[in-house]
Design a protein around this ligand. Structure first.
Ligand code: GLU
Length: 346
């Protein structure tokens, strides 16, 4: 009888012993790589409660219509790379996307023309100047500007394929809509308000033309750019746009391929180095996430392979970034332990 038991006894002991060591290791690995629904909901709830009463910051007012937006709008959304949607607060109020659109037009240019074209025809280094700086263009004679601030963004818009202005605009609106997973539309009052007051952006476009770095008519390019900035979005739209980048360019909700994984690979580093105006370094240092903000009050951040997170709250700080959006995203990243640079030693 003994013999009958010694055979199976060794593997049983082995399996039991292995389980003692392997099970905790697997649990540890899982806790580092996965977030439960409960953890995500708790993080969003806590962030919402903690920051909702904040009164810091002020709506942008250099575009007159933005000063009229309800500064109490406060919405948070997190969308995972496998398409689960988590929201908190006001996700139905729309704001104009403004500069957040620049990250996605940049991705569209990379997708259409390749990453080298973006680097050669526009540039990818941070300019070190304010987002609508003419000095940045003049200093480098139109070279080495950045697609996430106005000069490079208008140049990027001018590079979008299309036979004429209307075709280019339609293509941009469609691409932003594909990122968001629904048909987006124009906020007409914001567009009209900015279009009547965008001489500075027109000057930038003309200066770029003078240096041979504008790739379509400067007046029409500035107009398309102004429209692109006036696209209406809510926090959920922005989070799905971010989640599409987090998921290698495939919208995790609609499953549509918007751009390639390689395009995302070249898009995220520029968001990391230049996504939050003059505070891009401070942002990246504290969150570890590529992000893009806009003066409409939205910020979207991308945790590659994991999720996109977005917050809409119009009051901005001195650098032009939504005060609450920065606080919420940093809080959630820390709470979920998902800073990509946080690695536990093996
Ligand atoms: N349409 C705005 C402008 O050109 C965008 C500014 C921003 O969000 O950074 O001034």
């Amino acid at each position: 009888m003994k013999k009958h038991f010694t055979g199976p006894a060794i593997p049983v002991v082995l399996i039991f012993t292995c389980c003692l060591f392997i099970a905790p290791a697997v649990a540890l690995a899982q806790s580092a790589n996965t977030m439960t629904k409960e953890q995500i909901n708790a993080a969003l709830d806590e962030a919402y409660t903690k920051f909702k009463e904040g009164k810091e910051g002020k709506n942008a007012d250099y575009i007159k219509e933005l000063a009229r937006v309800d500064s109490r709008i406060f919405g948070i959304a997190l969308v995972t790379a496998d398409g689960q949607i988590f929201t908190k607060g006001d996700i139905s109020s729309m704001v104009s996307i403004q500069s957040v659109s620049k990250a996605f037009v940049m991705a569209q240019v990379i997708e259409e023309q390749g990453h080298q074209a973006l680097q050669d025809k526009i540039g990818i280094d941070a300019t070190g100047e304010v987002f609508n700086s003419i000095v940045a263009v003049e200093r480098m004679r139109g070279k080495e500007i950045n697609p996430l601030v106005n000069p490079g963004a208008i140049a990027a818009t001018s590079l979008i394929k299309g036979a004429d202005s209307s075709a280019k605009w339609k293509s941009i609106l469609q691409c932003q809509s594909d990122f968001a997973g629904r048909q987006l539309s124009l906020n007409m009052p914001v567009y009209i308000s900015e279009a009547g007051d965008n001489l500075r952006n027109q000057a930038i476009a003309h200066l770029l033309l003078a240096y041979g770095r504008m790739y379509f008519d400067p007046v029409q390019s500035t107009d398309i750019y102004t429209r692109q900035c006036a696209i209406n979005v809510n926090a959920k739209d922005l989070a799905i746009m971010g989640a599409t980048l987090a998921n290698g360019g495939v919208n995790p909700v609609t499953k549509k391929k918007v751009v390639s994984p390689e395009t995302v690979m070249y898009t995220l580093p520029v968001m990391a180095t230049a996504g939050l105006y003059d505070d891009s370094g401070i942002w990246y240092y504290n969150s570890g996430l590529p992000a893009k903000s806009g003066v409409g009050g939205g910020i979207v951040a991308v945790c590659p392979g994991k999720f996109g997170i977005a917050v809409v709250s119009p009051p901005l700080d001195e650098a032009g970034n939504s005060v609450k959006a920065q606080m919420v995203i940093k809080y959630v990243v820390e709470k979920l332990g998902v800073n990509p640079f946080l690695v536990q030693p093996k």
